[in-house]
Design a protein. Structure first.
Length: 354
């Protein structure tokens, strides 16, 4: 066979083999976002879903009896279909069908004064919930059963934040003693899935600050953040810590860092009191205040990002009347737009898919 014929024949096979089969599944980017908030004028906790990266929002579970008169505090979005939500009255609900139906998880007996604050999962199987009185809940079977973990060094405090770094490594933070004002911070870490817990002491007695939450990028880069703009970060998986702060003055003192999300080892976005959105690209050496949108003087309580251009923020009024908002940026925070407003309920948290 002539050489050029062989080449043409080979090329035809390559082109045929590379051509996309029309029956191949089309991969559609997952643009879902979720938000939770307190009870509004309907009498139910506020649960919102967006299918377009936070441009528009629709209410979910509007007449679900489990969230009647229940403030919804936080959420964990495991996939496009599966979302877990925690709230008052020791409530945990979940959907596995993108919000078409909701179930209430059955929990072990807890003291009446236990309140839930944060929820996290690193592997979509092990789910952790932090609460008051040094209590944490853990399930490894999607809520079929729950284990109770009690921290001996925070039994009169509250664990405001929890972050599952891996299935074995979990960090929970908060205040050590609810009876002290100001409350000292507490950091608890496990590296064996909760079998043992270590109290983390920061350099220079930095746990004098109350902590609100934890964020991570990979397993090595971790930020703990909280009251009056204080934070501490680790680049070695929590073995050592560097303390710092970003002071944003308000009428009542420095603003709290209510939520922080890490885009990379160096780039972090943070939501603070009184409509301050901060961004750093150098691990906090410098910060840019990007402002906000919509009604002003709100506490920005939650932030999450889809990519380096797109992020959403949840806001709550600082006083009465109780109102809430969701704002969005599509240009890396150069500008923000109001996308949702509720005149009777604050918005607690927002999240894209985990």
């Amino acid at each position: 066979m002539p050489t050029f014929v062989v080449i043409i024949f080979a090329l035809s096979i390559m082109i045929s083999s590379c051509k996309k089969d029309e029956s191949d599944p089309v991969v559609v980017p997952q643009k879902d976002a979720w938000a939770v908030g307190l009870v509004d004028s309907t009498g139910y906790g506020l649960l919102l879903h967006s299918a377009d990266l936070g441009e528009t929002w629709e209410r979910q579970a509007g007449n679900f009896e489990a969230i009647k008169d229940v403030n919804l505090e936080n959420l964990c979005v495991l996939s496009q279909d599966e979302v877990w939500v925690i709230g008052g009255n020791q409530t945990i609900i979940y959907t596995t069908d993108r919000g078409l139906s909701w179930q209430k998880s059955q929990l072990p007996q807890l003291a009446e004064n236990i309140e839930f604050f944060s929820i996290s999962s690193a592997d979509n199987t092990n789910i952790w919930v932090s609460a008051t009185n040094g209590i944490m809940l853990h399930t490894s079977n999607k809520g079929s059963s729950w284990e109770i973990h009690t921290l001996p060094f925070s039994q009169s405090g509250l664990l405001q934040g929890i972050k599952a770094i891996t299935s074995q490594m979990v960090i929970s933070v908060g205040g050590k003693d609810n009876n002290k004002s100001p409350m000292e911070g507490v950091i608890a870490m496990t590296k064996d899935g909760g079998t043992t817990w270590l109290e983390v002491e920061l350099p220079d007695n930095y746990n004098i600050n109350e902590w609100i939450g934890v964020s991570n990028f990979g397993t090595e880069n971790i930020v703990i953040y909280g009251s009056r703009g204080h934070y501490s970060f680790s680049n070695d998986g929590g073995n050592s810590w560097k303390n710092d702060s970003v002071i944003v003055a308000t009428g009542t003192g420095a603003a709290d860092i209510n939520c922080l999300t890490m885009l990379s080892e160096n780039s972090w976005w943070a939501a603070l009191d009184f409509d301050h959105t901060l961004f750093t690209s150098d691990q906090g050496k410098t910060w840019v205040d990007q402002g906000s949108a919509g009604p002003r003087n709100m506490f920005l309580l939650g932030i999450d990002y889809y990519n380096s251009q797109t992020a959403i923020i949840a806001g709550s009024s600082a006083g009465w009347p109780r109102t809430g908002k969701i704002i969005k940026t599509s240009d890396s925070g150069n500008s923000w737009e109001l996308k949702y407003y509720n005149s009777t309920a604050p918005i607690s948290k927002v999240s894209f898919i985990n």
